[in-house]
Design a protein around this ligand. Sequence first.
Ligand code: FAD
Length: 419
Amino acid sequence: MSLAAPPSSVDVAVIGAGAAGIAAARALAGTGLSTVVLEARDRIGGRAHTIVRDGHALDMGCGWLHSADENPLARLAEGAGFTLDRTRPPWESQAFNHEMSAGEQAEFRAAFAAFEDRVAEAAARGEEGPASILFEPGNRWNPRIDAISGALNGARFAEVSIRDYDAYRDTGVNWRVAEGYGRLVERLGAGVPLVTDCAVSRVDRSGPVLRLETAKGGVEARALILTLPTDLIAAEAVRFDPPLPDLMEAAASLPLGLASKLHMTVTGAEDFPKDSQLWGRADTADTAGYHLRPFGRPMIEARFGGDIARQLEADGEAAFFAFASDELVHLLGSDMRRRIAPVAASMWGADPWSRGAYSHALPGHAGDRARLKAPVERRIFIAGEATSEVFYGTAHGAWLEGGRAAQEVLTALEGAGPA
Ligand SMILES: Cc1cc2nc3c(=O)[nH]c(=O)nc-3n(C[C@H](O)[C@H](O)[C@H](O)COP(=O)(O)OP(=O)(O)OC[C@H]3O[C@@H](n4cnc5c(N)ncnc54)[C@H](O)[C@@H]3O)c2cc1C
């Protein structure tokens, strides 16, 4: 339910209409508390965003229902009539064995599993630090392990906390939404009262009522749920008066890494196995993963993470395609250059309303997810992927956290009755 302008006064203002904000607003619907979601962009969904090209739904942000057997969005997708695709994910089936032989792939898998075991053992002993200290010195697969970190964390393992990485929960079940994950989140937000093009710039918390300044006028609220990406919280994109240094510090220690996607068409697609994957190179983290024929389409989805994503974003959208072309030509032959064409590349780092892809805890800061979500004065509540201690970096983590924050608001305002 899109409103042209926010009401001047509500019980609960939710800042941001991504998965967390939408989940929060849905949980507050029907409770008797008046709610409005204030969204800076001209669309909802945040980092869940599907575009449609040539009839194909292309996810620019989240695409996978990770831990799908426990993921509340999988149930909601089915309930809303979306199609769940249960094809095995491409990272389980390497195509062609070009950049690594079958034997090398087995060697790499063993090296990665051994690394993850060392992380789990170190975390169990209570150790903390950069996960990269658990690399085996001189192991030839360390750069490739860092390439995986680019995909998982949007940053190298040197920037990732051992304990935070270990805390992530993954049931290993991964499904997709054929119509697009972004579209699903958008559909789930269709009924909530929200205002788009309505960036919040300031919250005056000096009085008994919170006073929000937005692009479409002032809003008074008894409570608010803040769902901004951590880099925006840390940069004071919403300025609190008086300031909240603890919140900003916690957000700064959970920065967003960068993961980027490039969707391409490919001619003669039948030459490639459906829903399989290959990587550009085995000897460096500065490479891309290529998902061949997602959903069986005549397309390739390239994925860039960490340093290479940042470098290519800085060079501009066309740089993703130039890089991917070179890698695919090197792997699959020179005719790839005329067979592929760019469709769309994400630019989440340059986007003023995200500034990155998803959060990782800096070494020494695993505990800061709990610190980030600590309520302020029982009236300012924080939610988003970054406040999830086990499903961080995901849409379902954000969704569950939005629901959690809504329950906290209900408890805090309980008994006081609507304003
Ligand atoms: C390339 C990429 C691939 C991904 N792949 C997956 C995947 O396969 N599976 C998965 O589960 N997750 C994936 N994710 C992560 C997932 O998309 C996010 O974790 C999740 O969508 C975050 O939801 P959120 O509500 O926490 O934040 P957001 O979606 O960022 O929502 C925050 C909202 O706040 C708004 N906002 C910002 N500033 C203001 C302001 N001042 N005033 C008002 N509104 C403001 C923003 O516009 C945004 O709509 C991926 C992300 C990226 C970028």
